[in-house]
Design a protein around this ligand. Structure first.
Ligand code: SF4
Length: 278
């Protein structure tokens, strides 16, 4: 009998709401949200599984009014806390984040303000400026989604990042999942060879100054235990033409870990954890 492999790191989408509407977004839209009480129940479950870390993501997790309470509860269970935010509302929670978040993910897809819309780029730069001068800071992971729109700016982003404290620059190959990313697939998709080529060139030029982590589509396939805002558990499966999120059940199903075990790829999952949390 195979030993049950419990998820060491869980990606928890706290909300599908977001104040942005990025073309490449692969978050769900219009999904119901677990209440704070349900989240507490979920955290108790994760704890019983021996889960080490929880990645808070969305949508935009800082739009949850109870974000501070959520983080406090995770801390009580001694989970490592990873946060993916677009950075727009960072200063509403700066103290909470500095005190409790171990690993902070911020997006830069374009070296100026024109991509995510509005002032997102400026807001992220403000956060990076603030963290640069702050000793008590989480590990900083800047994420860039490589699309047909952003590929040619990767070097400019690299130059920009050299001015900041960035522990990891994680470059994601665009994946056509969920509403926006699927709708914009034709104009954004980047081939495996193209992606690899850009990463190799960036590594050659910046590899000794930036810790570049490349996240290719096929390495992320079956590589998550992902909880949607409403508690459904999905496993993203990206096999080139066919790209989907497979619903495997609900977080409170008794056999949810067994179901996950049947669908996920253990090696991709472990690789993905290692490079997210390094
Ligand atoms: S990619 Fe991030 S910032 Fe953009 S719409 Fe999606 S959740 Fe919001």
């Amino acid at each position: 009998v195979a030993k049950t492999e419990y998820p060491k790191v869980i990606a928890l989408q706290l909300t599908s709401r977001c104040n942005r509407n990025c073309k490449h977004c692969f978050a769900p839209k219009g999904t119901a949200e677990m209440s704070f009480e349900e989240l507490i129940r979920a955290f108790m479950l994760f704890f019983s599984w021996g889960t080490k870390g929880v990645l808070l993501t969305g949508g935009e997790p800082l739009l949850r009014k109870d974000f501070g309470d959520i983080v406090e509860s995770l801390q009580k269970h001694s989970f490592e806390i990873y946060l993916d935010t677009n950075g727009d509302r960072f200063f509403d929670y700066a103290d909470v984040i500095l005190e409790s978040v171990d690993n902070l993910g911020l997006p830069i897809d374009f070296p100026n303000t024109s991509y995510r819309g509005g002032r997102n780029f400026n807001n992220v730069i403000k956060v990076l400026d603030y963290l640069k001068n702050n000793e008590q800071r989480p590990r900083i992971r800047v994420g860039t989604v490589a699309t047909q729109d952003t590929l040619e700016f990767l070097e400019d982003i690299a130059e920009l990042l050299l001015n900041y404290v960035v522990d990891i620059w994680k470059i994601y190959q665009f994946t056509p999942q969920d509403v926006n990313a699927t709708a914009n697939r034709a104009s954004l998709e980047v081939s495996d060879a193209e992606f690899k080529g850009f990463i190799n060139r960036l590594r050659k030029k910046y590899g000794n100054r930036l810790n570049i982590v490349s996240s290719a589509r096929n390495n992320r396939s079956r590589a998550y235990f992902m909880v949607h805002p409403d508690g459904d558990v999905v496993v993203p499966i990206d096999e080139g033409e066919s790209c989907k999120k497979q619903l495997i059940g609900n977080i409170f199903d008794e056999d949810i870990v067994e179901k996950w075990q049947q669908v996920h790829s253990s090696s991709n999952y472990l690789k993905n954890i290692a490079c997210t949390l390094c």
